[in-house]
Design a protein around this ligand. Structure first.
Ligand SMILES: Nc1nc2c(ncn2[C@@H]2O[C@H](COP(=O)(O)OP(=O)(O)OP(=O)(O)O)[C@@H](O)[C@H]2O)c(=O)[nH]1
Ligand SMILES: [Mg+2]
Length: 314
């Protein structure tokens, strides 16, 4: 049973909301490919609407403007890649978002922040590639102050550190400095370059990461990149909530909600007219004590919940 076309249009709008034009065009093309194969009727109209949106996104490409250093949040969350020079931040941004950025085997390749969109579970998560930080950055060494100002307003910090332990003293100093300067932003740890790391170094790296949310990867071989995507998703705290129409299976595509969302937030995200008609909601999943638990509208949802709403006639 295909998703009704109106819900599909809403879903596509949600997916492209806040995306840079180029990413919007890509997501729209993907949506087009997923459409049921009808070219007439409501789905035909939807198809023409998407075509128009793609045309708009691709002709306005030049309209983007960023301040040289500050990058405003786009998408559902912004996560900053932070670490010492040469750790592999830009390589990771490129691997996760497809955005082409300068990569070099020398320190300070990145001189201006760059951004790209990682589409995680259908939701656009903005990643920032920042210039490498060095000890003393908080006192103005390098561009430390400007980089820290950006990190203060981001939603999550992904510390990028080399798993081969090359330059590891710097990584420690940078992490301590950032955590002292920005204590409120949640963080996680990624070890890069596992392909270069001898087993003993890897073991030592993991020992050091113990107690922190972390994962290991190589952008050279691609290994571990899915783990990094999971790590970023968990870092954002975003929730995937799957609507389930009564008597039918849950939808494949989740509604993505901000951390701390309730059943009421979910209902509002589904349809603006449903709030006044909301009857009991039944939840199955991580936030439920048992499958099909009946909950109130203030019930806090968790990532992976399935919610069945009953609506009174409007
Ligand atoms: N073998 C291997 N090399 C990597 C990996 N990730 C990055 N590199 C190499 O490490 C060097 C630094 O990578 P960048 O992505 O430019 O590092 P960065 O952290 O952005 O560096 P700055 O912009 O100078 O702060 C480059 O030569 C990359 O090709 C990896 O997973 N495996
Ligand atoms: Mg770089």
């Amino acid at each position: 049973m295909p998703i009704p076309h109106q819900e599909m249009r809403r879903m596509i709008k949600r997916r492209v909301q806040g995306l840079a034009p180029r990413d919007r065009a890509r997501v729209l093309r993907e949506a087009l490919a997923e459409l049921p194969g009808y070219y007439s009727g409501p789905y035909g109209e939807l198809r023409r609407w998407i075509d128009d949106q793609i045309a708009e996104a691709t002709t306005r490409r030049g309209a983007e403007h960023h301040d040289a250093y500050f990058i405003a949040r786009q998408g559902v969350a912004q996560v900053a890649l932070v670490g010492p020079p040469n750790a592999g931040k830009s390589s990771l941004l490129q691997a996760l978002t497809g955005r082409a950025v300068p990569v070099g085997s020398y320190p300070f390749t990145t001189v201006r922040p760059a951004e790209g969109m990682a589409v995680l579970h259908g939701a656009p998560v903005q990643l920032l590639d920042l210039p490498g930080l060095i000890e003393g950055g908080d006192e103005g060494r390098g561009d430390g102050r400007a980089v820290l100002a950006q990190i203060r307003v981001t939603d999550g910090i992904l510390f990028v550190e080399p798993a081969d332990l090359v330059g590891m003293a710097d990584a420690d100093a940078v992490r301590d400095m950032v955590r002292a300067a920005v204590p409120d932003v949640p963080w996680a740890l990624v070890g890069t370059k596992v392909d270069l790391a001898p087993p003993a170094a890897l073991q030592q790296w993991q020992q050091r990461a113990r107690g922190a949310a972390h994962s290991l990867c190589s952008t050279a071989t691609g290994e571990g990149l899915d783990d990094v995507r999971q790590l970023i998703w968990a870092l954002t705290g975003l929730l995937r909530v799957y609507p389930k129409p009564p008597g039918r299976p849950a939808a494949d595509d989740p509604v993505v909600l901000p951390p701390g969302s309730t059943v009421l937030d979910f209902v509002r995200a589904m349809h603006r007219d449903w709030e006044s008609r909301l009857g009991p909601a039944r939840v199955t999943g991580p936030s439920a004590r048992f499958a099909g638990q009946t909950v109130g509208r203030g019930h806090l949802l968790q990532d992976g919940d399935v919610v069945e709403l009953s609506l009174r006639r409007g």
